[in-house]
Design a protein around this ligand. Structure first.
Ligand code: LLP
Length: 418
């Protein structure tokens, strides 16, 4: 039997078929077609409640960018989650899914005037400002709208999160935030602006972090800043330490739990009299989801075996751009011998692959494969490249199966030109 244990307790083989919350995934593929994303609602609820239990006094703002399916955002909002947003679109989504404005925080280096205005009017909890110019523009817009605006400054603590360089955000050379060494000056500046209330410190050091020590390093620096600002009369009410907790992608990976993070940070946070905010994305939804794809062809070429699937880099781009590993297993294993193959998509690029030199049970035309850990940054980063409609998304919850996004058709893709 193929190894799927430890990714998601609701993902297991039953009666020779891979199931999620007891629902056979091959049957879902036959019913809704492939490529197909299937997410487990119970997993998402449990992950969120682990954060709540580990950090009982904190506000947990789900990072919508990980998976912006409105049903998932609504589910988390109903559980009491806030939202970490990075665009006007995500503001629209969060409000529409019922997230109260007082639970919304807004980061991003390039917010437009229109986006800022809409968030000011919505009266969100806090803007995580990333530059002096942003503070200036926020103040000006707030004045025009006759509003006061709560801000945090996103500080960049220059910590190496030991992750892929594209998703390390808290190092000095990245575009994010304000250098923590320059932060005092910017806090003074923000305080001098009449329409801003300077209420928080924000930092986010990166994503897919499998070890709690970079968090300890960052939080230690942030708490030092907090103490020095408080001594100078700043009323810092929120410490937002971002998201980034990593998940299991490989069978041998060990993912840190929210409890371990809480325990690691406790010594640094115990003297802090401000509300903690967390912004997890991947660790809530990542292993909730799988991508089901169907093998189209198998061929041997140049001494290599290629398993060609109907899911490509337009459906899941992580292997292509981060060289990311996603575990792949047959949905209906037949107990055949293992082969080593490149599992590739149909897109016209050599970089279009789901896995390279992967050992997997021999599969053939028509078989279904499940790509694991596909709940985060998978559909969310999908595209129409090669004029391919984006996939269907389904949520399973106990015995219930709901389509939460229908597969697109060609006319939908062409609509902007009509
Ligand atoms: N807060 C901020 C300000 C962020 O920039 C991010 C992610 C998060 C929270 C959530 O991080 P998480 O808990 O999901 O790690 N596309 C990449 C990941 C990019 C993450 C960007 N920022 C990937 O597929 O690995």
């Amino acid at each position: 039997m193929q190894e799927v244990s430890g990714f998601n307790p609701y993902l297991r083989y039953e009666g020779g078929e891979l199931t999620l919350e007891g629902v056979p995934l091959g049957e879902l593929a036959e019913r809704f077609g492939t490529p197909l994303f299937v997410y487990s609602a119970s997993f998402i609820r449990e992950r969120f409640s682990q954060y709540r239990e580990a950090f009982p006094d904190a506000l947990v703002c789900y990072a919508l960018k990980a998976n912006f399916n409105p049903s998932i955002v609504r589910l988390l909002s109903q559980e009491g989650a806030g939202a970490d947003i990075v665009s006007g679109g995500e503001l629209y989504l969060a409000l529409g899914a019922g997230v109260p404005p007082e639970r919304i925080v807004y980061a991003g280096v390039g917010k437009t005037e229109r986006e800022l205005k809409n968030a000011i009017v919505a009266d969100i909890l806090m803007f995580n400002a990333e530059s002096r110019q942003e503070l200036e523009v926020l103040n000006e817009l707030a004045g025009r709208l006759k509003k006061r605006v709560r801000v945090a400054i996103r500080v960049n603590p220059d910590v190496d999160p030991k992750t892929h360089p594209y998703i390390a955000t808290g190092m000095q050379k990245s575009k994010f935030g304000i250098d923590i060494k320059e932060a005092r000056k910017e806090y003074e500046y923000a305080r001098s602006l009449p329409n801003l209330d300077v209420v928080g410190i924000h930092c986010h050091i990166g994503s897919q972090i499998l070890d709690t020590s970079p968090y300890e390093e960052a939080v230690e620096k942030v708490v030092e800043l907090y103490e020095s600002l408080t001594r100078d009369g700043f009323d810092i009410r929120y410490l937002d330490i971002g998201g980034g907790l990593g998940i299991k992608y490989k069978p041998e990976d060990r993912e840190p739990t929210p409890f371990e993070l809480a325990e690691a940070l406790e010594p640094y946070l115990s003297g802090v009299d401000a509300k903690l905010i967390l912004e997890p994305g991947r660790s809530i939804v990542g292993n909730a989801g799988v991508l089901i794809t169907q093998v189209q062809f198998v061929k041997e070429k140049g001494g290599k075996r290629f398993i060609i699937t109907d899911a490509g880099m337009n459906d899941l781009i992580r292997p292509s751009i981060y060289n990311a590993y996603h575990h792949i297993v047959p949905v209906r294993p037949k107990g055949k011998e293992k082969v080593v193959a490149d599992i590739v998509g149909p897109i016209c690029e050599t970089g279009d692959f789901l896995a390279l030199d992967r050992e997997i049970e021999d599969v053939g035309r028509g078989d279904y494969l499940a790509v694991l850990s596909a709940g985060a940054y998978a559909f969310a980063m999908s595209s129409h490249y090669n004029m391919r409609p984006r996939a269907c998304e389904v949520i399973v919850d106990g015995g219930d199966v709901s389509v939460v996004r229908w597969r697109e058709d060609y006319d939908y893709i062409l609509a902007p030109a009509e």
